[in-house]
Structure formats: structure tokens, C-alpha cells
Ligand binder design. Structure first.
Ligand code: SF4
Length: 294
């Protein structure tokens, strides 16, 4: 099995077989992201190499593989036919395979179009992890996310209609204190429009400024302020209050101040109550700020 460059996977893919399909990230501009800032440059691995790794893993693990994740940062940037070929081969090699998953950007989803996404779903691709981060256009532009909220809605609704599962990631604190509640309201509007196409899973993260990022540079120059824990929790409260669902919500990441998990709309009262309790706690009850030390 061969890997090149940083290999990240969501916590929910901890038990998945990792077979690398692409290297790096084709965008690599997000102001808060350190992952591929030092390279390698984006590349799609030759399909024959991916298939050789799948075959090697099948020889070792065979019937034990129940989920497959295809790193690196955006393997949906592969051509539709090549990715479909990889998915079909994986389905043949691993008889107990339940799901095939990948990170996907909004522009990559749009590039496949509804026909391409349906072809990928038929080939056995199951779940996509999409970092929306925000639905607030000024924040998306400032963070150089490479898409706007209208593109997010179009791409994600198309993916759901094609039969793909979506795990959507939102980053609390990303707009800073001044626009925190605008970020929450606009993000809820985007998620509610996506939700009209089908149920999705929402995974919350909280902004932690990382080394080698433009965002950390802004913080050091006084051009961006971090939200305090109470502001982040108030932002989460506003988001959850405004979400229509249906969705599952998880905050399965060390960056978060509070473990929130449940289904919306059913669990809204319980989640809001948890947030209200947390909002009454002093600053010392929460993790310290991690600024540029990771
Ligand atoms: S957040 Fe995702 S899309 Fe943005 S640079 Fe990092 S890996 Fe690429």
C-alpha cells in the first residue's frame, strides 16, 4: 500500500480501509487550512496504481473490510469514469463492503453534474464529506473557500438527489465575533435549502488557528479576532435553533467546546438546553485557546 503526502480522514472513518486515490488538494487556498500548504501539489493517482492497492488490500483483508475511504483532500476531483471504475472494483474485491466515502469540494460536485454523481452512486460510492464551513458569503470569500452559498446549495442538493449521503462540516467561530450570528443565520439558511433535497448529517468543528495559515498571519497582525467560548456556543445555539432538519448532528472533534449530538428537529429542545447550561459556565470550564501551536 502506497501513500503520498498528508493523509487525513474524518473521525467517523476511523475503521475504514484507506486507499489513496488523489494526492493533495486541487484548491489548497483556504485561509484556515494547513494540511497541504507545504505540498505536495495536487495529482490524481493513476487508476492502475489505485487498483493495485485495492487488490493488495483485498489479499490481506478480504471479507473484513466494511468501509473504504479514498484520501486525499478531494478525491471527487477525479474524472467521473475513473472514480466510478475504482468504486466498481472495490465493490467486486470486498464482498462485505458497506460504504465507500471520500472528501468532496463543492466545485468538484458541480463538475460531475447530476448525471456524473448518479453514475458514481450506481458504481457504489456512498458517502461524501463536504467542508461547507459556512453559508455566509462574506465569510466564504474572506476564507477563500472557492465557492459561494448558491453553489453550495446547488451542488449538495444535486448530490442528495443522486442518492449520495452527505456529511456536511460547519466551522463555528469562522466569521469572528463581529459576524458570528450572521454566519450562523446564513449557514442555517443554506443547510435548510439543502435539506429540502433530503436528510443529511451535520458535523460541527470549532476554528483553531493552525500554523502555516493565512488566518494565523491575520491574527498576529490584529486583522482577525477569535471568538470566546461563549460566543462560539451562542453561535451554535443560533444555528441549531434555526435548522429545520431532517438531519443528524455531531460535534465529533477535539476542537469543540461541547459534545452535541442528536437528530433535528426531534432533539432541538435537549440540545438547546445543553447549550444554555454551557453558556452559564465561566471561561475556565472550557479548553484553552490553541493559537498557532498545532
Ligand atoms: S480546507 Fe479542504 S478545500 Fe480548503 S485547502 Fe484545505 S483541503 Fe483544500
Amino acid at each position: 500500500m502506497r501513500y503520498e503526502g498528508p493523509i487525513y480522514r474524518p473521525p467517523s472513518e476511523a475503521d475504514s480501509l484507506l486507499v489513496q486515490a488523489t494526492i493533495g488538494c486541487p484548491h489548497n487556498k483556504c485561509a484556515f487550512c494547513l494540511v497541504y500548504k507545504k505540498g505536495p501539489r495536487f495529482a490524481v493517482r493513476p487508476v492502475e496504481d489505485i487498483e493495485a492497492d485495492l487488490a493488495e488490500a483485498a489479499g490481506d483483508l478480504g471479507h473484513r473490510v466494511r468501509s473504504l475511504f479514498l484520501p486525499a483532500g478531494n478525491s471527487l476531483a477525479m474524472p467521473t469514469a475513473d472514480l466510478a471504475r475504482v468504486c466498481r472494483q472495490a465493490r467486486e474485491l470486498f464482498p462485505a463492503l458497506g460504504r465507500i466515502t471520500s472528501y468532496a469540494s463543492v466545485p468538484a460536485l458541480a463538475a460531475h453534474g447530476s448525471g456524473g454523481l448518479a453514475e458514481l452512486a450506481r458504481a457504489g460510492l456512498t458517502r461524501l464529506h463536504v467542508g461547507l464551513e459556512s453559508g455566509h458569503d462574506p465569510t466564504l470569500a474572506r476564507m477563500k473557500k472557492g465557492c459561494d452559498s448558491a453553489a453550495q446549495v446547488r451542488a449538495c442538493a444535486t448530490a442528495l438527489a443522486a442518492g449520495l449521503e452527505l456529511n456536511l462540516y460547519v466551522m463555528l467561530g469562522l466569521a469572528g465575533p463581529d459576524q458570528s450570528l450572521e454566519h450562523a443565520a446564513a449557514t442555517a439558511r443554506v443547510l435548510n435549502r439543502i435539506g429540502q433535497a433530503g436528510a443529511y448529517t451535520l458535523r460541527l468543528r470549532t476554528l483553531v488557528p493552525k500554523i502555516n495559515t493565512l488566518l494565523l498571519h491575520w491574527i498576529k497582525r490584529g486583522r482577525f479576532a477569535l471568538c470566546a467560548p461563549g460566543q462560539v456556543l451562542a453561535e451554535a445555539r443560533a444555528l441549531i435553533e434555526a435548522l429545520a432538519g431532517p438531519c443528524q448532528i455531531f460535534s465529533d472533534h477535539y476542537t469543540n467546546y461541547l459534545d452535541l449530538r442528536g437528530s433535528l428537529p426531534t432533539d432541538r429542545p435537549r440540545l438547546l438546553s445543553l447549550l444554555d447550561q454551557a453558556l452559564s459556565l465561566p471561561r475556565g470550564a472550557f479548553r484553552p485557546d490553541f493559537v498557532g501551536n498545532q
